[in-house]
Design a protein around this ligand. Structure first.
Ligand code: ADP
Length: 566
């Protein structure tokens, strides 16, 4: 574990200003520490030699100013550190979310590939990392980093001043000082594995909890909710034990560091005391050395203690930075296609999921002309969703070429409209959920799209109309209504290439009939790829393909594609 991760500076610009400020405050504090010792030594030595209060008054006033200055510097440093921490956290959070969105759902679903890098695996763990994990950066910025700066500056400054006053004492300090960092490194090596383990456990807990909450209805039905609670209890217990072990090491190492520095200061005291008795050093010098010696060890000791307190933040930040360093699919800026082109071409595309020996798509070739409707029929697990995922560029083929290889991902997705099997409705209003299809659309366009999707009537009946909030996963709506919202999105998006995944999978007869009519309206004038296990959809196809076990067979045209108005 590095004391400071330089990647923080590249990913969080705010950290740069903060670091400069911290070094500045560190310099000021160090100067004040030295001034305080010099003044104290002068006052005490003066009093010892019988000087009057009047002759020491100016030193007294100066001492008060220095003490007040130290308090101010401490306040300024902490205020700045906390502000910087919040800015850095929000920068990292935003970068994390942006980057994860760019990496796409394929990255999220492929934990095997990333397990070796020990980054994040799964939405629950990502959520823990982005919230609780980054919050622990507060201790890192407000306590650890300023202390680290002081630990670098103060001992050297003290050594310089003591060296000027009494070289022998400086020699003793210089010889004992390195013991503290050496010991800290030894402890650090020991605790590193523990903290990482503690963090892994916490992430697993987060991931597990999310899974359980999401799957609660299913777990209830199958009577497994209790067993899951048991699992959560076990993971919690393991996390508690790991935390206690880390704390134990932290306390023990603090104790040993304390002992080390006390012994070192005692050594200086004995040495300078004996020489003072022998008349080898003047009284004021001896006092100065005695006052300054502990100051050399103090910041080093503190940085050791803060190190443990901020380890969690360091580990979390490290993982966030690992995610940020994961290469996103290439986003080239050159445009290869004219926008009205809505054809689709795959050549010998093979997709393998990590940990699977059979390819999910095997040597698939496919050509869909502009305005053509292809219906892909196949059993569950045949590779239908994977085919759509390739077109959506959520998964990267291991072999083969596609017609959109040269189109930047963002550009390509603009041409697509996707109605998934189980449309995701996020927490927000109904209108916001439809507007996902075209974030810039006004209310009239949203309503018009809803009308086209046959959703307007039921939306108006909702308590708040288009403004009605819907919960996560759209829990208040029926599956037919959710499907209609997804279709309204697609109407609003008005993209030339339409991808449909089992449009009527979860619906009963009557609903299915209505949705089917809506889907056919949506298809008009667009290139369509519809995947389903339901043979009745072949009626709307220009061409039918069958997919099974990752192999695609395209049949002869059943009819010429309808002319498309561009
Ligand atoms: P369909 O949509 O026809 O049901 P899929 O494309 O979902 O089929 O799945 C094709 C094959 O790939 C199946 O064997 C499935 O288990 C596997 N598969 C799908 N997604 C993943 C994934 N994220 N990781 C590993 N295997 C997967």
């Amino acid at each position: 574990m590095k004391p400071f991760d330089p990647r923080l500076l590249t990913h969080a610009g705010a950290a740069r200003v903060f670091l400069a400020g911290t070094v500045l405050f560190g310099l000021v504090t160090t100067g004040l520490v030295l001034a305080q010792a010099v003044l104290l030594a002068r006052i005490l030595a003066g009093a010892f030699h019988g000087k009057g209060v009047a002759s020491l008054a100016s030193a007294f006033v100066l001492l008060l100013v220095v003490v007040a200055g130290r308090a101010l510097a401490a306040y300024g440093a902490e205020a700045m550190a906390l502000r910087a921490a919040s800015v850095v956290k929000s920068q990292l959070r935003r970068a994390l979310v942006r980057h994860v969105l760019r990496l796409g759902p394929g990255w999220m679903d492929a934990p095997d590939e990333r397990a070796a890098e020990a980054t994040v695996s799964g939405p629950g763990e990502l959520a823990t990392l982005a919230t609780r994990g980054l919050d622990s950066l507060d201790a890192y910025f407000a306590r650890y980093l300023p202390q680290l700066v002081l630990a670098c500056l103060t001992p050297l400054a003290v050594l310089a001043v003591v060296g000027g006053a009494d070289p022998l004492s400086a020699g003793v300090i210089a010889a004992t000082l390195p013991l503290i960092p050496i010991f800290m490194i030894l402890v650090g090596l020991h605790t590193r594995a523990r903290t990482e383990r503690q963090w892994t456990l916490l992430q697993r807990l987060g991931g597990h909890f999310l899974d359980v909450v999401e799957g609660l209805p299913t777990l209830k039905v199958f009577g497994r909710a209790k067993a899951q609670a048991e699992v959560i209890r076990e993971v919690t217990g393991a996390h508690r034990r790991a935390t206690m072990r880390t704390l134990r090491v932290a306390f023990l190492s603090a104790l040993v560091l304390e002992l080390l520095s006390t012994l070192a200061v005692a050594l200086v005291a004995v040495e300078i005391g004996l020489r003072l008795l022998g008349g080898g050093v003047p009284y004021e010098t001896a006092l100065l050395v005695l006052l300054l010696a502990p100051e050399a060890y103090l910041p080093l000791r503190n940085v050791g203690a803060q190190f443990h307190a901020s380890m969690e933040g360091v580990t979390a930040a490290g993982r966030v930075l690992d995610v940020l360093d994961t290469a996103a699919p290439e986003e080239r800026t050159a445009t290869g296609h004219a926008p009205e082109d809505a054809s689709l071409r795959l050549e010998g595309v093979t997709v393998r999921y990590p940990g699977r020996d059979r390819p999910a798509l095997a040597d698939v070739s496919l050509e869909v002309g502009t305005g053509e409707r292809l219906v892909v029929i196949g059993p569950s697990g045949g590779g239908k969703s994977t085919l759509l995922a390739v077109i959506l560029r959520f998964v990267q083929p291991v072999e083969g070429r596609t017609g959109f290889d040269d189109v930047p991902v963002a550009e390509w997705r603009k041409r697509l409209s996707w109605v998934p099997q189980d449309p995701y409705l996020f927490a927000g209003s109904v209108a916001d959920n439809i507007r996902l299809g075209d974030p810039g659309a006004d209310d009239r366009a949203v309503r018009h799209a809803a009308e086209l999707a046959g959703a307007d009537a039921f939306i108006r009946r909702l308590p708040g109309g288009y403004g009605t909030p819907i919960g996560e996963r759209g829990s208040r709506l029926s599956s037919g209504e959710r499907q209609r919202i997804a279709l309204a999105r697609a109407f609003l998006r008005d993209a030339p290439l339409l991808l449909l995944d089992e449009p009527t999978a979860h619906l009963d007869g009557e609903n299915a009939q209505e949705i089917r009519a809506t889907v056919e309206r949506l298809m008009a004038g667009r290139t369509v790829v519809l995947v389903t296990h339901d043979h009745t959809w072949t009626g709307v196809a220009d061409r039918v393909a069958e997919i099974d076990d990752g192999r695609l067979v395209v049949h002869e045209r059943t009819r010429e594609p309808l002319a498309v108005a561009s």
